[in-house]
Write a protein that binds this ligand. Structure first.
Ligand code: TTP
Ligand code: MG
Ligand code: MG
Length: 404
């Protein structure tokens, strides 16, 4: 492997910080229509049929997964099952069998670990693998990705799609580029052109709301994003803006982390019926607070940020967050801030179909203990913490001679 990198003015950079991320070989693997494919595998009579795993069309549930045959009718995950049934009345609806899916998930994660020790599971059906150095001594990440897909097919009878590139976000976009059963490789010298042509909604971390906001700014593709400075993007999208700025330039230095660090603890409920009554909203939230507090206590942790999520009956979803230096460790901490967050919603005035509470920015046990001590009442108000925005990163697209 040739570990050559160039910096902004196309001269070789002696700085190992620049060299490292450019020569990484990252694979992202994601199973195709995961829950639905397992059902089709286990019940061969379902092969070739539109299969939907999720809530019943007679309930208020949503689609968790749907086979590619169902997608041809416009059905997708998170769509209300009632709507999916209207779009495809002949679809087969199945209740999820989580234990079964977890079993297959464990099986594929174990397969990944045959190739590298650096495996970072992202969800039940996908993971990042850093194969820069790997257990086979194989220099080609593309060949490893092919081998992984073949092994998954042989051992589970299921198909997976994979993306190969030099960083996480490109590998992730690549795996979704040619689904199902696809493999896409984005070597460093093709990254810039690939990103430039990418519709903005496909960029990692750009959800529906952000996409709309970007479109309002005239940002439709990766190329459009390049016209905006770090400051402009930070002003528009906060911390995520900085990430978008780097992404447009093919920069993502996040390492593949094999030890999973839990990022948040939360509780979310789709209500059996929409709720308008404020007291009933508070009752549901109170139960969720208790649940979150129990998990925090069990994990001996706390977090600095509390987020309230509200989905109204028309599916408009909002979140209200606050960050305190003292953090949130128990029900009392959460209850103290909740009224303020709730006041910034339309609870009591607009019907609500989903409520959720999350504590994020979790602290380690040690950190939590320190914060806990500081949390003892002080005779003066404590200053609010501020997030530092300033970080530096190389401005220009990376290139390398590394073979993928
Ligand atoms: P995804 O990988 O997002 O979707 P998928 O595997 O069904 O389809 P594909 O990757 O081919 O596009 O999610 C993996 C599983 O997670 C999915 O099969 C069901 C579950 N899931 C939910 O329960 N709810 C959701 O909103 C999503 C997106 C997924
Ligand atoms: Mg998948
Ligand atoms: Mg997935």
């Amino acid at each position: 492997m040739t570990a050559v990198s160039v910096n902004g003015d196309n001269t070789p950079s002696p700085n190992p910080f620049f060299a490292m991320p450019l020569t990484r070989k990252i694979i992202h693997v994601d199973m195709d229509a995961f829950f639905a494919s397992i059902e089709q595998r286990d019940r061969p009579e379902l092969h070739g049929l539109p299969v939907i795993v999720g809530g019943s069309p007679r309930s208020r549930g949503v689609v968790a997964a749907c086979s590619y045959e169902a997608r041809a009718f416009g059905i997708h995950s998170a769509m209300p099952s009632v709507r999916a049934h209207q779009m495809c009345p002949q679809a087969v609806f199945l209740a999820p069998r989580m234990a079964r899916y977890q079993e297959v998930s464990r099986q594929i994660m174990a397969l990944f670990r045959r190739y590298t020790t650096l495996v970072e599971p992202l969800s039940v059906d996908e993971a990042f693998l850093d194969v820069t150095t790997n257990l086979l001594g194989e220099p080609s990440a593309t060949r490893i990705a092919q081998a992984i897909r073949a092994t998954i097919r042989e051992t589970t009878g299921l198909t997976a799609s994979a993306g190969v590139s030099y960083n996480k976000f490109l590998a992730k976009i690549a795996s979704g580029h040619n689904k199902p059963d696809g493999l896409t490789v984005i070597p460093p010298d093709r990254a810039q052109a690939f990103i430039a042509a990418l519709p903005i909604g496909k960029l990692y971390g750009v959800g529906k709301v952000t996409e709309q906001k970007m479109r309002q700014q005239g940002i439709r593709t990766g190329a459009d994003l390049l016209r905006f400075s770090r400051q402009e993007l930070a002003a528009l999208f906060g911390k995520s803006g900085l990430f978008f700025h780097d992404m447009a330039r093919g920069i993502d230095c996040r390492p593949v982390e094999s030890v999973r660090v839990r990022k948040s603890i939360g509780s979310e409920t789709t209500l059996p019926k929409d709720i308008l009554d404020f007291v009933r909203v508070s009752t549901v939230l109170f139960d969720q607070v208790q649940q979150v507090a129990r998990i925090l206590a069990h994990k001996k942790t706390g977090g600095r940020t509390l987020t309230l999520k509200v989905r109204y009956s028309d599916f408009t979803t909002i979140t209200r967050s606050c960050t305190t230096p003292q953090g949130f460790f128990d029900a009392a901490d959460i209850v103290a801030q909740l009224p303020r967050l709730l006041a910034a919603t339309e609870a009591g005035r607009r019907p609500i179909r989903l409520l959720g509470i999350t504590v994020a920015n979790l602290c380690s046990e040690q950190e939590a203990r320190r914060l806990r001590i500081r949390q003892l009442p002080l005779p003066f108000p404590q200053p609010r913490s501020r997030n530092a925005l300033a970080t530096t990163s190389p401005e220009l697209p990376p290139h390398s001679q590394t073979k993928y």
